[in-house]
Ligand binder design. Structure first.
Ligand SMILES: Cc1cc2nc3c(=O)[nH]c(=O)nc-3n(C[C@H](O)[C@H](O)[C@H](O)COP(=O)(O)OP(=O)(O)OC[C@H]3O[C@@H](n4cnc5c(N)ncnc54)[C@H](O)[C@@H]3O)c2cc1C
Length: 437
C-alpha cells in the first residue's frame, strides 16, 4: 500500500477540501445504506475492534467508503469491557501500533490498557471513523453477486435497576465486499468440567475479572495458565488473595524481557539469522537463566520449542511479568488438572482436594464466525478461523482481518493487505447497477 498511499497523499495535499475526516464522513452520509437493503458502494466491515478500525483507516486513506458494524455501543469492546485493569500490552508498542498512526512518543514501552484505549479513540478521530453501533451481525451470506448482511439492533436502558429492551430492529446491508473483523476472542470459551454445577462458590470467566480487591481474604482458583491466567493470578496475589492456579497442559513461559531486551523483539531479530530450532534453543537457554526450570514449579514445557510451536500450532508462548516469582515464593500454588468439582472445592488429578471460594476460568476465547457467517470454504465452521493459517482473502470479496494469531501486529498486516486488495477493483464497481435492479 505504501506507494499508492504516497501518491494519494500527494494529490490530496493539493486538495484544500480533503481531510481523512471528511472522507470518512462521506462514508456515513454519502451513500444509501441499510434500512431497505440497498447496495452499499464500499465494503462492509464487521467488528469495530483494532482490526476493523485498521481496515477502516486504510480504506479512508485510499478514498474508499465503508460501513463499519459493531454489536456494542463502543469501539474495542474487548479492551474496554472484558479486560482486567492491570493489563498492559504484552508486546513492545512498536509491534502493536495500527497502520498509519504510531503511538505517542510519551507512551511507555508497554502501554497500559487505558493508554491503548486513548490511542484507539485518537485513531478514530484522526481518520473520522464512525462505526454503526449496536448492530450485531446475525447472518451474512453471498447470494451469487453480493454479500447480504443482517443485523439486529437492540437498544436497552437501565430501568429500576434492570436492563430493559427499549427497541429492537433488524436491518440488511448489501455489498460486494465483506470484511470479517469480529476477532479471535469474540466469545469466552467455557469448558465442561465434571461437577462444576454442584460447586456452591462463585464461578466466573476471566473476561469478567477486573481486579483482585473484591476477593480479598478469599481462596481463589484460576483455571488456565495462558497470559490471562498468569496475569489474573499475579493480580490476585498482589491483592493478598490466597491464589492457586491450574496448569493442565505443557506451556512455554518466557520472560517478557531478557537483559532489558524484549523477548519477542529478540526472537524476531534472531529469526532473521538463525534457524527456528536454533532460535528456540537460545531462547530456552536464556529463559532458564532468568526463570529457572519451570517444570520444577509444576509448569512443564512442550517437547518442541516456543517459536516452532507457534509456527505449527499457533500456540503463543506466555510472557511472564512476575507470576513465576510469586510461584517460587509460594504466594501462588500450582495444581495439575481438575478431576472434578465438589460442593466446596475441587479434586485434582493427583488426588489432592482443596476448598475454594471462587473459581476463575481463564480458559480462553473463541471466534463467533460460525454462528453468523454462512460460508464454509474459507472459514472453518469448527473454530471460526480461516482454514489455512495466515489467510486473509477468501472468494467473492470475503476477507478476514485479525485471525492470523499474531496479535496486533497481524491485525495491521491484514488491514493493509485487505485495503490494498479492495482498491484494485474499487474504481471498476458500478453500484448503481445493483440498486437499479
Ligand atoms: C486479555 C487480552 C490481552 C491481550 N493483549 C494483547 C497484546 O498485548 N498485544 C496483542 O498484540 N494482542 C493482545 N491480545 C489479542 C487481542 O485480541 C488483539 O490484539 C486485538 O484485540 C484483536 O483485535 P480484533 O479487532 O481482531 O478483535 P477484537 O478486539 O476482539 O474486536 C472485535 C470486535 O468485533 C465485535 N463483534 C464481534 N462479533 C460481532 C458481531 N456478530 N457483530 C458485530 N460486531 C461484532 C466485538 O464487539 C469487538 O468490538 C489480547 C487479548 C486479550 C483477550
Amino acid at each position: 500500500m505504501d506507494r499508492r498511499f504516497a501518491e494519494t497523499e500527494g494529490k490530496r495535499a493539493h486538495d484544500p477540501l480533503y481531510s481523512p475526516r471528511s472522507a470518512a464522513r462521506a462514508t456515513a452520509t454519502g451513500f444509501p445504506v441499510g434500512e431497505h437493503g440497498e447496495v452499499f458502494a464500499g465494503p462492509l466491515i464487521v467488528g469495530a475492534g483494532p482490526a476493523g478500525l485498521a481496515v477502516a483507516a486504510c480504506l479512508t486513506m485510499l478514498g474508499v467508503p465503508y460501513v463499519l458494524l459493531e454489536r456494542y455501543g463502543c469501539i474495542a469492546s474487548l479492551w474496554r469491557h472484558r479486560t482486567y485493569r492491570r493489563l498492559c500490552l504484552h508486546l513492545p508498542k512498536r509491534f502493536c501500533e495500527l497502520p498509519l498512526m504510531p503511538f505517542p512518543s510519551s507512551y511507555p514501552e508497554y502501554p497500559t490498557r487505558e493508554q491503548f484505549l486513548d490511542y484507539l479513540d485518537d485513531y478514530i478521530n484522526m481518520f473520522g471513523i464512525r462505526p454503526f453501533f449496536r448492530q450485531a451481525v446475525i447472518s451474512a451470506e453471498f447470494d451469487g453477486e453480493l454479500w447480504c448482511v443482517r443485523t439486529k439492533e437492540v437498544v436497552t436502558a437501565a430501568m429500576d435497576g434492570e436492563e430493559a429492551v427499549l427497541s429492537s430492529a433488524t436491518r440488511e446491508y448489501r455489498s460486494k465486499w465483506l470484511v470479517v473483523a469480529t476477532g479471535e476472542n469474540a466469545e469466552p470459551a467455557v469448558p465442561e468440567i465434571e461437577g462444576i454445577d454442584v460447586f456452591k462458590g462463585q464461578v466466573m470467566h476471566s473476561s469478567d475479572y477486573r481486579c483482585g480487591e473484591p476477593f480479598h481474604g478469599k481462596k481463589v482458583l484460576v483455571v488456565g495458565c495462558g497470559n490471562s491466567g498468569m496475569e489474573v493470578s499475579l493480580d490476585l496475589s498482589n491483592h493478598n488473595v490466597h491464589t492457586s492456579m491450574v496448569v493442565r497442559d505443557t506451556v512455554h513461559v518466557l520472560p517478557r524481557e531478557i537483559m532489558g531486551i524484549s523477548t519477542f523483539g529478540l526472537s524476531v531479530w534472531l529469526m532473521m539469522y538463525l534457524s527456528i530450532q536454533n532460535v528456540d534453543r537460545l531462547l530456552l537457554f536464556l529463559t532458564r537463566l532468568v526463570l529457572g526450570d519451570t517444570a520444577r514449579l509444576g509448569i512443564p514445557r512442550p517437547s518442541i520449542g516456543p517459536m516452532e510451536l507457534k509456527k505449527v500450532s499457533g500456540k503463543t508462548p506466555v510472557l511472564d511479568v512476575g507470576t513465576i516469582g510469586k510461584i517460587k515464593s509460594g504466594d501462588i500454588k500450582v495444581f495439575p488438572g481438575i478431576q472434578s468439582f465438589h460442593e466446596h472445592g475441587v479434586e485434582f488429578i493427583d488426588g489432592r482436594s482443596e476448598y475454594f471460594d471462587v473459581v476463575i476460568l481463564a480458559t480462553g476465547y473463541k471466534s463467533n464466525v460460525p454462528y453468523w457467517l454462512k460460508e464454509k470454504e474459507f472459514f472453518s465452521d469448527k473454530n471460526g478461523f480461516p482454514r489455512k493459517p495466515n489467510e486473509w482473502k477468501g472468494k467473492n470479496g470475503l476477507y478476514a482481518a485479525g485471525f492470523s494469531r499474531r496479535g496486533l501486529l497481524g491485525v495491521s498486516m491484514d488491514a493493509t493487505k485487505i485495503a490494498d486488495d479492495i482498491i484494485q477493483c474499487w474504481n471498476d464497481t458500478d453500484y448503481e447497477r445493483y440498486n437499479s435492479k
